[in-house]
Design a protein. Structure first.
Length: 446
């Protein structure tokens, strides 16, 4: 111990700091969990609330709109048997087996065990779960819905597929690290509605419940800190998905994906496209969002889809800020003859010479916020790897866009996108060859 530290220790300042750190670690490891769990066991089961058959049907519906099978099914594997790797900045986390197999699945779990996993993020044996399983959102799921989900999962054919170990790097793969993370970022939801929700109409409260809970929209659309926790107040601010170049746009800014119409939002959730031309262009779900629509949100009941759309509209400020669009609206359009020729040769036949598109088929590019966002990631990916909307009951034969990866090089992709973003009244920043190259490489690695 140095003379300075010895002096501090004797003065009590260093001792107080050390004791404070120890107390914080003890709280993170045991105190926070004990405080959280004190209310978990007091929540009554919802099993007797409805008939077994009705509960099973509701559980199947909830599992479908929550996209449970997507994450818990490996490519080519048995449904709900786990094995799909969930990318995080700290390593991949394979999803677990949710079938009722007693050895590898949840066959020995009780409804209480399942509720504890959803609401509190702990396994049956008490081990803390990685937040790659989004219990930070599922904590909002009600006990009755948790029990319905459990009843449905218990009705599935059991699979003997063994769970795979986590690929998180040290120390993020330790229970101690998870305890600290939970102490920083996780607090189980209360059964009572938050004050800001209690004043909303019941239909909008239902939408908030679905968006924040089973829909777990913030898990993709939320901005995160260096340790992967959602930033307070930025749960829907937009974010690049971990391990991929795909950008989940902001749900609070109408310049990105903020809801401008309840009807448009409902149609997008249920069919994968607004099917309409508007001031923000025809919206089409692509990439990870297309997967969400295909496997989940297209099955939303009309009342639930409307409730979600109503709540999403409340996220947009009364006077939404579009600083970037406003600042660039003054910038003069610049036309590169070579880029204009590329657009004419490869794009105009579908999207129109003036970017007007074809209603119901190919979206307009003039004024289309999907191609004007500050991050050009999704536009680059659509040009390089193709743009494909999901085939849904409401839009069974969607029009697609072919990939141009083998037709246009990185410089040409950058040029044609820069042309689109600065033509027909569009005033977005150009795209560089380096940006295209980085996005392509990250997608190829993924």
């Amino acid at each position: 111990m140095t003379a300075v530290s010895a002096k501090l220790w004797k003065s009590g300042a260093l001792r107080a700091a050390v004791l404070g750190l120890v107390a914080a670690l003890v709280w993170a490891m045991w105190g926070a969990d004990a405080w959280h769990e004190r209310a978990v066991t007091r929540v009554p089961t919802g099993i007797t609330a409805i008939t077994p058959q009705a509960q099973l049907q509701e559980g199947a519906y909830l599992a479908r709109i929550g996209n449970c099978a997507v994450c818990h099914t490996a490519q080519g594997g048995e449904p709900y048997a786990g094995g799909r790797e969930i990318d995080t900045p700290f390593g991949a986390v394979p999803s677990s087996n949710l079938t009722p197999d007693p050895a590898h699945g949840i066959g020995q779990w009780s409804a209480d065990d399942f509720w504890r996993a959803l609401h509190f993020g702990k396994r049956r044996d008490g081990q803390r779960l990685s937040p790659a399983f989004p219990y930070t959102s599922y904590t909002h799921v009600s006990r009755a819905d948790s029990d319905a989900l459990f009843a449905y999962l218990q009705s599935l054919p059991p699979s003997r597929r063994a769970n795979m170990p986590s690929k998180l790097v040290w120390p993020f793969n330790t229970q101690a690290a998870l305890a600290v993370w939970r102490a920083l970022y996780f607090w189980p939801a209360s059964d009572a509605p938050h004050d800001s929700m209690a004043s909303l109409p019941l239909e909008t409260q239902r939408g908030a419940y679905l968006v924040q809970g089973l829909g777990h929209c913030a898990e993709c659309h939320g901005a995160r800190g260096p340790l992967g926790g959602l930033r307070g107040g930025q749960e829907f601010a937009g974010a690049v998905l971990p391990g991929t170049p795909w950008y989940a746009p902001s749900l609070v800014n109408t310049a990105e994906a903020g809801a401008v119409s309840v009807e448009h939002t409902m149609r997008l959730l249920q069919t994968g496209t607004t099917g309409l031309q508007s001031a923000n262009g025809q919206a089409v779900a692509q990439g990870p969002m297309a997967e969400v629509v295909l496997n989940g949100s297209q099955y939303l009941r009309d009342d639930d889809a409307r409730a979600m759309a109503l709540y999403l509209q409340t996220l947009v400020p009364a006077a939404p800020t579009q600083e970037r669009a406003s600042a660039q609206a003054q910038a003069p359009s610049k036309t590169d003859p070579k880029a204009a020729k590329l657009y004419e040769d490869h794009c105009a036949s579908c999207h129109g010479k003036e970017g007007q598109g074809q209603p119901g088929a190919y979206p307009a590019l003039a004024g289309n916020r999907a191609v004007l966002m500050a991050r050009p990631n999704n536009a680059v990916l659509s040009v390089q790897f193709g743009g494909f909307a999901p085939a849904t009951a409401g839009n069974p034969q969607p029009y697609g866009m072919p990939p141009f990866l083998l037709t246009l090089n990185d410089a040409e992709v950058a040029a044609v996108l820069s042309h689109v973003r600065s033509s027909w009244g569009n005033h977005a920043a150009g795209v560089t060859e380096l940006e295209v190259q980085q996005i392509r490489r990250l997608q190829a690695a993924h």
